[in-house]
Write a protein that binds this ligand. Structure first.
Ligand SMILES: Cc1ncc(COP(=O)(O)O)c(C=O)c1O
Length: 399
């Protein structure tokens, strides 16, 4: 479908909606699910769906159903409690906390679900074990391995700053601390390679940077494979084999599916194809989520001002964190104004009328849901449902 037909379809679907509105195109989600899941299944691995990219219980359930999957990667303990209460049975909290109230919620979720927490330190062990004891349950824990890449073992550091555990010995030592605690069960490894999955390498107008990132990815890939394998082997040699070894993200599905050390691969953002995921060399997804703003002014020929729109993505501040004008084709932000607190001017090649919608995509997947109470669910040119976001349900899990 060309841009004109797509715009007309969404415009018909959203006619009568209060703008700004956030929407999800379920046909495009279906296409993305099929594309992302195929290599994971072909490699005989499981998929774990990253909820932070969706932040909407109905959409989480929809993606799981389409993907034929049941495992979730969550981002807050209170969220884990919500997901367990909604009937999910296999949840990993990917980011640790030491807060007793949060850990109590996670421990309690283990009464109905397997609700593991990812940890990387002795302090985490003590805090999670205390919560498990308070709840009278055994809490599964996963160890987070730092998969970042440092040429020659020193710097510069390529990857995220999360776990301090960099060697198989580090990992075995923590696994043995876990084994020594009756309140805990060792569930596996979380070995996410952010420098491969999370860095764009086909960004427009950034030829030198793209080449540098591709080189980092290529050089760090053997290191990632080798470290994962070494951790699994070291744990097995001490009698603490990890039942689950998780890695990957939307940006590294092919690489992760091909890594024998992994038993499962995570994906989230790719199901809705957030804007940043246009900028990867290895794959092309269907834009599946966006927001519509109302054109309220026409301050100059070819320039239109929309109400709202300043939904800036987190991460290193740069132009790629701005919302991406999407439809009608040819719309673009103005460099000197960007996307504003209450107004976003755009330049358009197509003539627009006051009251028309202009469609944008958020740079990151889940953050769109922090700005809206619901997603309007669209198929073709029709609204087929509405799904409350976490925000719409009154949750600000990391807010
Ligand atoms: C632990 C972990 N796994 C996987 C991912 C990838 O998720 P996505 O597919 O949304 O990029 C992330 C993203 O930050 C993550 O933190």
């Amino acid at each position: 479908m060309d841009g004109g037909a797509r715009y007309d379809g969404y415009r018909r679907a959203l006619a009568g909606e209060r703008l700004p509105a956030a929407f999800v195109d379920l046909d495009a989600v279906d296409t993305n699910v099929a594309q992302l899941v195929a290599p994971i299944r072909a490699a005989g691995k499981a998929l774990r769906v990253a909820t932070k990219a969706l932040r909407c219980p109905e959409l989480v359930a929809y993606v799981l159903e389409r993907a034929g999957a049941s495992a979730l990667l969550a981002y807050s303990a209170a969220e884990v409690a919500l997901l367990a209460a909604a009937g999910h049975r296999d949840i990993w909290l990917a980011y640790p906390t030491l807060q007793a109230r949060e850990l109590d919620a996670l421990a309690a979720a283990n009464r109905t679900a397997t609700a593991a927490i990812a940890i990387d330190s002795a302090e985490h062990v003590v805090a999670v074990a205390a919560a498990a004891a308070r709840a009278g349950v055994v809490v599964p824990v996963a160890i987070v391995v730092d998969m970042s890449y440092r040429p020659l073992g020193r710097g510069p550091h390529r990857g995220v700053r999360r776990s301090p555990l960099r060697t198989p010995e580090d990992v075995v030592a923590l696994a043995e601390q876990i084994r020594a605690r009756g309140e805990l069960r060792f569930a596996g490894l979380l070995a996410y390679e952010a420098q491969i999955a999370g860095l764009t390498d086909r960004a427009p107008g950034a030829r030198a940077r793209n080449a540098a990132i591709r080189a980092i990815k290529a050089r760090s890939a053997p290191h990632v494979r080798q470290l994962r394998r070494a951790c699994v082997e070291a744990l097995a040699a001490r009698g603490v084999s990890p039942a689950i070894v998780n890695g990957g993200g939307t940006g590294s599905i092919a690489f992760s599916a091909g890594d024998d050390a992994l038993t499962e691969v995570t994906a989230g953002s790719g199901f809705v194809a957030a804007g940043l995921f246009d900028d990867y060399a290895g794959f092309t997804l269907m834009p599946a989520a966006g927001f519509a703003l109302e054109v309220t002014r026409a301050p100059a020929p070819g320039i239109y001002t929309c109400a709202g729109g300043g939904y800036i993505a987190s991460g290193t501040p740069a132009a790629d964190r701005l919302p991406r004008p999407w439809l009608p084709a040819g719309v673009e932000l103005l460099a000197h104004e960007g996307a504003g607190e209450v107004q976003t001017p755009i330049r358009a090649k197509t003539a627009l009328a006051l009251g028309d919608p202009v469609l944008f995509r958020h740079a990151k997947a889940g953050e769109l849901a922090e700005h809206f109470n619901e997603y309007v669910l669209v198929r073709g040119d029709r609204v087929v449902g509405r799904a409350a976001t976490y925000r719409g349900l009154g949750h600000a899990f990391l807010g």
